[in-house]
Design a protein around this ligand. Structure first.
Ligand code: BGC
Length: 246
């Protein structure tokens, strides 16, 4: 099945792989998203099997856009923080396209989420220096200048007080370190304050799993830059992936 005006998006995360067809005029999912646990180890072969299952589940026969938790340049994977190391330097566009028999194009997951917000989110997302940050297994970043993406910024790996910031401030760190929402919110505050000092953005857009319940922690964040929660919360990756389907 393909429908004019719809495209198919998959969001690959450290814990789950989620997919749905998307209405490109509105950014809405046109059928319920389907989620499968990310296979462990998350090798190219194991993930390709899940991609096939997700696409077949929806009966989609057209091309596919795929948001991926790593640096992706022209389809080639350039980092492997939260995925299996066997992905490094792999042509992910080619592997998934060949496995599925349908064209697949890949993009970094936070870049995808940001594209979705820039297209379908608040007006402010389209102007000035806008920083999308996703808090999930890692911290993803998508930097936009007047709506144009600067891809693969990887600001979750900024070193802060020693280690990479995402080790302390990603949503996964809250569970791993058994923190209250307040304690975790303070870590996010510290991280955002640092990114703010380095980039002076006009707007932060906060997405990822932690954006589903911002009332639990966002009041710990006290910076001068305006902050909005991703308008499509945790679906931004799927929608952004659909936007880049070939
Ligand atoms: C990866 C990024 C990704 C982020 C969120 C980081 O560990 O290096 O590429 O965007 O996690 O998934």
């Amino acid at each position: 099945m393909t429908t004019t005006g719809h495209a198919f998006g998959i969001d690959i995360g450290g814990s789950g792989m989620k997919a749905a067809p998307v209405d490109l005029a509105t950014g809405e999912l046109v059928s319920e998203r389907y989620r499968i646990d990310t296979p462990q180890p998350a090798t190219p072969e194991a993930m390709a099997e899940v991609v096939i299952e997700l696409v077949r589940h929806h009966g989609w026969t057209g091309s596919v856009g795929c948001a991926f938790p790593a640096v992706v340049r022209n389809g080639i994977v350039g980092s492997a923080a939260n995925i299996d190391e066997s992905w490094l330097r792999v042509d992910a566009d080619r592997i998934f396209t060949e496995a599925l028999g349908q064209q697949v194009h890949m993009i970094n997951d936070a870049d995808a989420a940001g594209l979705a917000e820039v297209r379908f989110g608040p007006e402010a997302a389209r102007h000035g220096v806008v920083m999308m940050l996703t808090f999930g297994t890692g911290i993803g970043s998508g930097l936009f200048i007047d709506g144009t993406l600067v891809p693969n910024t990887e600001l979750g790996h900024l070193e802060l007080d020693g280690p990479d910031a995402e080790l302390r401030a990603a949503a996964s760190a809250r569970k791993r370190d058994d923190l209250t929402w307040e304690q975790w919110g303070k870590r996010v505050h510290h991280y955002l304050e640092h990114v703010e000092a380095l980039f002076s953005p006009d707007l932060f857009i906060i997405g990822g799993g932690a954006s589903k319940r911002p009332e639990r922690w966002l009041d710990q964040v006290d910076i001068s830059t305006e902050i909005v929660v991703a308008s499509m919360a945790n679906n931004a990756g799927i929608v952004g992936a659909a936007l880049i389907a070939p």
